[in-house]
Ligand binder design. Structure first.
Ligand code: ATP
Ligand code: MG
Length: 811
């Protein structure tokens, strides 16, 4: 390594500062990587690994940077881009180079590198591992949440696996947690933050970012402030600039929304993740036309409203659109021309907006008057039309600018006189050249003489070998080709110089003007974000109207007594079956607990889920799949559905199940809906029944939540003998000669058989095995024994649970 060139020394110095990054080192028209970086990138990017003085090297062309960056980030790498920061032509010695940006999966904002979905990053901090601070932020939109949780490590892992984070920042002291996260989510980019991120107080950075004088307005406790400071510091370091586009921190837990836990979001199939793409509530009701609308819909679904007035407000707008289908359709067209204003404003704030962003912004603003016309007809509040901004953009930017600034094809004529002058000189070049050409032809009498320009050699007069003796004295030889010679003249040389200066000036001026323009646009950011929010809302609600017509949904009504859904349907399952059977639920304050029995495959889980989903749809302001819905505004929905193993954290199926049940028992109340599917399944029958029985009593007596409990334990149907308000329902099946037919219809009563063997047969178990199972069943299902068991159940005494409230108050 002693024989290093000065440039390689420069490389190593810079690389030394960015050890954790892949360093892309600008060298002429390429970004080069060296040593181990070269080995890694050549493998990921499928580019050739070459050698330079015996060192591995791999390069990518500068114009394809974004494409390659995207792949490197997707592979979970951190990338530093090192640019030449002075003009090589004028540099003395080695060109000065600096890292101008550091990219991680959570900090990309470039339009062509990300899709419309949210890109949430998570920062986890804990001083002693008792309380955890979570900061969740989307750098591309500026949205930010913060809260303190008393989670166990396992709950944190659950939290992480139910959201699709693109990046996790974790304080260095949480090593074991970090390793566990790495184990379950090997594809997430994780970065450990040194202790000093949290020890030093970065309040000033926070204040500066939010432009606030007093930190108290944020309402955060000490550790939350430290965590927020760490986020801002991290972003400032990696982005090499002040971060000003973040919203004030919002709480996860708040009083305006239902906070659905991650298991419920997963169990009910509300939002897409890797496994259930295309088959979630979101996929069905997302008829949004804007990217911001799509992102906001995801937030709405995970946080339904609990204020009846706010819900009705949304439903009202849906109804307005439904009542005027023409406007609904027309609005769709205008919304389609609205681009991602939210992210464009973020890029403006970060000085990373491109000429195309500004055109996209302009196109979007152009649609506003049309949207407003429709809103006026509907009697809705109109949007600010941003006349000044639109005028500015119109004046400053051409209709179809180049991606690169500095080409002279970005800023519109008339915006800046100096730039126009240089552009004129430049644009007239061809005209001048033609003039000189005809002049020289005349003077020399060479009819095929050509005057042109090329990038490397500049201007020249080209004369074929045959005519070479006719050239005048003042032609200066420049280059010899096979069949011709190229010359330059004094006049041409002067022109060439002028053009070179013009070209350089255009480049400099246009970049400067563009930058100034972006800075000027920064004053609109806050208002643009507000606009983006309003448009998203219109977009979502318009979509709700369309989907409600398409799928025949009705407007839900809210009341405080009853939970009635007549002929409800599962919005997702009904899309995938030809003949979906609607089902009714009818609960009152007195009869609010259902034990649901029925054979395997009959539709118990579907029924359970559809009730939860319909409630959620109603509370985000959507119409619902039913003939009639009169339901309470729920504060909470809890679910315990399906068996889930947690191999990594070493919890058994049954333990997972019980910890979920315990969360429910500790948090639900009379404004909650509880959906229990086969609780107690993961253990021995007797234990299972006993736990399920006691759980049901507790919910019924103490929590008083609306509850549906699907089970295969026939014994539980006897709860009805003890408690009038616990009612039995079953799924109807038809037994025929050739087997059973599932009718998927819920009715009052108790299912008499499990039909487990029938289902096994349907699933294709070998006939012999099925027959043998029947034989065994005959033997062990001894009727008298079962009746004895029922009798002994009747001996159970009614239990009166009491609330622990008073006890709690003493402490
Ligand atoms: N109301 C319905 N109308 C039409 N098809 C239905 C209906 N409900 C369920 N199905 C169909 O039956 C299948 C099984 O339903 P589901 O999973 O709800 O049964 P289950 O009773 O919970 O079964 P298991 O006891 O095995 O858990 C569904 O995937 C769906 O295709
Ligand atoms: Mg089921």
């Amino acid at each position: 390594m002693n024989n290093l060139t000065p440039m390689m020394k420069q490389y190593l110095e810079i690389k030394n500062e960015y050890k954790d990054c892949i360093l892309l080192f600008r060298l002429g028209d390429f970004y080069e990587t060296f040593f181990d970086d070269a080995k890694i990138t050549s493998e990921i990017l499928q580019i050739t690994l070459t050698q330079r003085n015996g060192h591995p090297m791999a390069g990518i062309p500068y114009h394809a940077l974004d494409n390659y960056l995207k792949k490197l980030l997707e592979s979970g790498l951190k990338v530093a881009v090192c640019e030449q920061v002075e003009d090589p032509a004028t540099a003395k010695g080695i060109v000065k180079r600096e890292v101008t940006k550091i990219l991680t999966p959570g900090t990309v904002v470039e339009e062509n590198m990300i899709d419309e979905n949210n890109r949430y990053s998570l920062l986890i901090y804990s001083l002693k591992g008792e309380e955890y601070i979570f900061v969740v932020f989307d750098f591309s939109t500026g949205e930010l949440y913060i809260d303190t949780f008393n989670y166990s490590e396992n709950e944190i892992l659950d939290f992480i696996s139910s959201y699709s984070f693109v990046q996790i920042l974790i304080s260095k002291n949480l090593k074991t947690l970090r390793n566990k996260i790495k184990n379950i989510q090997s594809n997430i980019y994780i970065e450990e933050l040194d202790e000093w991120y949290f020890n030093k107080n970065f309040e000033d950075i926070i204040k500066e970012s939010y432009e606030i004088v007093n930190i108290d307005v944020l309402n955060l406790n000490k550790n939350e402030l430290l965590s927020l400071g760490a986020v801002f510091k991290y972003l400032e370091i990696t982005q090499k600039q002040k971060i000003t586009h973040f919203s004030f921190p919002k709480r996860f837990k708040n009083t305006n929304n239902m906070v659905l836990d991650s298991t419920t979001i997963l169990n009910l199939g509300l939002l897409p993740n890797k496994e259930n793409k295309g088959k979630t509530l979101y996929d069905i009701i997302k008829l949004t036309k804007t990217s911001m609308g799509a992102r906001m819909l995801q937030q709405w679904i995970s946080k339904p409203l609990i204020d009846k007035n706010l819900i009705e407000e949304r439903l009202e707008i849906v109804e307005l659109f439904r009542n005027d289908k023409l406007i609904m359709e027309e609005m769709k067209e205008y919304l389609s021309s609205i681009r991602d204003i939210e992210r464009i404003s973020s890029r403006i704030a970060l000085l990373r907006a491109t000429p195309r962003d500004l055109v996209a912004l302009k196109t979007s603003l152009d649609a506003l008057p049309y949207i407003n016309e429709l809103l006026t007809i509907l009697g809705l509040e109109t949007l600010d039309e941003f006349h000044n901004l639109k005028e500015l953009l119109n004046k400053a930017i051409v209709d179809e600018p180049t991606t690169q600034v500095g080409t002279g094809k970005v800023i519109r004529k008339g915006y800046n006189d100096e730039l126009d002058q240089y552009k004129e000189i430049f644009e007239n070049s061809n005209l001048y050249l033609k003039e000189i050409e005809s002049k020289e032809k005349q003077k020399t009498g060479i009819s095929n003489l050509k005057v042109s320009r090329n990038k490397i050699y500049g201007f020249y007069i080209e004369v074929t070998k045959a005519n070479i003796d006719k050239i005048p004295q003042y032609y200066i030889r420049k280059q010899t080709l096979v069949n011709s010679e190229r010359f330059i003249t004094q006049e041409l040389r002067e022109l060439e110089e002028k053009y070179a200066i013009a070209e350089k000036k255009i480049d400099e001026l246009e970049k400067k003007i563009f930058n100034n323009l972006i800075v000027e646009l920064q004053k609109y950011i806050k208002d643009l974000k507000k606009l983006s929010n309003k448009i998203s809302k219109i977009d979502i609600l318009r979509g709700f109207a369309e989907v409600s017509i398409k799928n025949k949904y009705i407007r839900p009504k809210f009341n405080e007594e009853n939970f009635i859904i007549i002929d409800g349907r599962h919005p997702v399952v009904e899309q995938f079956t030809d003949n979906f059977i609607p089902n009714t639920i009818n609960l009152t304050k007195e009869n609010r607990f259902v034990i649901l029995t029925g054979p395997n495959m009959s539709g118990k889980s579907t029924y359970l889920r559809q009730i939860g989903i319909i409630s959620i749809m109603a509370q985000i302001g959507s119409y619902v799949p039913a003939r009639k819905a009169e339901i309470p505004v729920l504060k909470n929905i809890f679910t315990r559905i399906g068996a889930k193993d947690d191999v990594v954290s070493g919890k058994s199926t049954f333990l997972v199940e019980m910890s979920e049940v315990s969360t429910i028992l500790n948090n639900a109340d009379e404004n909650s809906l509880i959906l229990l599917d086969e609780v107690g399944r993961g253990t021995g029958t007797i234990d299972g029944i006993s736990v399920a029985w006691a759980t049901s009593e507790y919910i019924y007596q103490v929590l008083k939540s609306y509850t549906i409990f699907a089970t295969h334990y026939m014994e539980l149907t006897m709860l009805n003998d003890f408690y009038d308000g616990i009612i039995n329902k079953r799924v109807k099946v038809l037994e025929t000669e050739s087997g059973i037919i599932f009718l998927h219809k819920i009715e009052d009563g108790i299912s008499d058989k499990s039909y487990g063997i029938e289902v096994a047969k349907l699933a294709g178990l070998p006939g012999e095995v099925v027959d043998r199972a029947k034989e065994i069943m005959e033997e062990i299902s001894n009727k008298t024994e079962f009746e004895n068991k029922l009798k002994s159940m009747k001996k159970i005494k009614q239990k009166r649970f009491k609330r622990n409230e008073n006890q709690l108050k003493l402490f």
